[in-house]
Design a protein around this ligand. Structure first.
Ligand code: ATP
Length: 229
């Protein structure tokens, strides 16, 4: 089953008189359960593409289907509702809330988008912390854990609301290679265990090899696709 289908997507940014083309006529699809990477150098359009798929921005042209929804022209409220139900996000700088504990950071999305009783929330958060190997650290604050551990917590937070899709913008950019590799292994394990589709961006060829499907971007053009279509 196809989870993401992009057809001739284009996106430009205008700053004063200057227009920069971030994506030009991008077409591709991602199957449900994929572990896929968008690869390309800095400025090639990776974040722009992830932002469109995550409904954080609109394309100028083309169509985009995500989780059975045409997201091309959702309103802000519709987009927020769609994201809450379907998409988890992982960021390169982890984006944990410093004043909250590990447990509270993972619980946060449930408080925002799920009307679950406290006991059910607690059970789900502990299940996710267990899955990423961070249950013992539940009461610590983000500044008391390592970068790799922070990203483990971020993986748990992304998955806690049972999204169909996780989008990760350079999730390993701030990690050393061994830790980066372990985070990718963890993400793949989560895909295997929960069936969640993962799409992540990277500029690192070594990290790219961990993906089962790759999309290469260069100056806003999709130059190569590899792996399952
Ligand atoms: N908000 C914006 N305003 C103006 N130009 C932008 C904006 N966001 C991105 N761009 C431009 O669009 C192009 C693609 O940028 P994008 O951030 O998507 O690339 P990227 O591959 O994610 O790069 P990086 O790896 O450095 O994050 C670049 O030329 C960039 O300068």
């Amino acid at each position: 089953m196809i989870l993401i289908k992009a057809d001739r997507l284009s996106k430009s940014y205008r700053t004063g008189e200057v227009e920069s083309i971030a994506l030009k006529n991008i077409s591709f699809s991602v199957q449900s359960g994929a572990f896929a990477a968008i690869v390309g150098p800095s400025g090639s359009g990776k974040s722009t593409l992830l932002n469109l798929i995550g409904c954080l921005d609109h394309p100028d042209q083309g169509s985009l289907l995500v989780c059975d929804t045409n997201v091309t022209s959702l309103s802000r409220t519709e987009a927020a509702d769609f994201r809450g139900k379907n998409i988890g996000f992982i960021f390169q700088d982890f984006n944990l809330i410093p004043v909250l504990t590990v447990f509270e950071n993972v619980e946060y999305p449930l408080l925002m988008v799920r009307n679950w009783p406290a006991a059910k929330r607690r059970e789900r958060v502990l299940q996710m912390l267990e899955a990423v190997g961070m249950r013992e650290q539940a009461d610590k604050k983000p500044d008391q854990i390592s970068g790799g551990q922070k990203q483990r917590v971020a993986v748990a937070r992304a998955l806690v609301g049972e999204p169909r899709l996780v989008l990760a913008d350079e999730p390993t950019a701030n990690l050393d290679h061994d830790t980066a590799y372990r985070i990718l292994t963890l993400m793949k394990q989560m895909r295997d265990n929960f069936g969640t589709t993962f799409l992540f961006s990277t500029h690192d060829p070594k990290i790219m090899q961990e993906a089962e499907q790759t999309f290469m971007l260069e100056d806003g053009h999709l130059t190569t696709t590899g792996g399952a279509q």
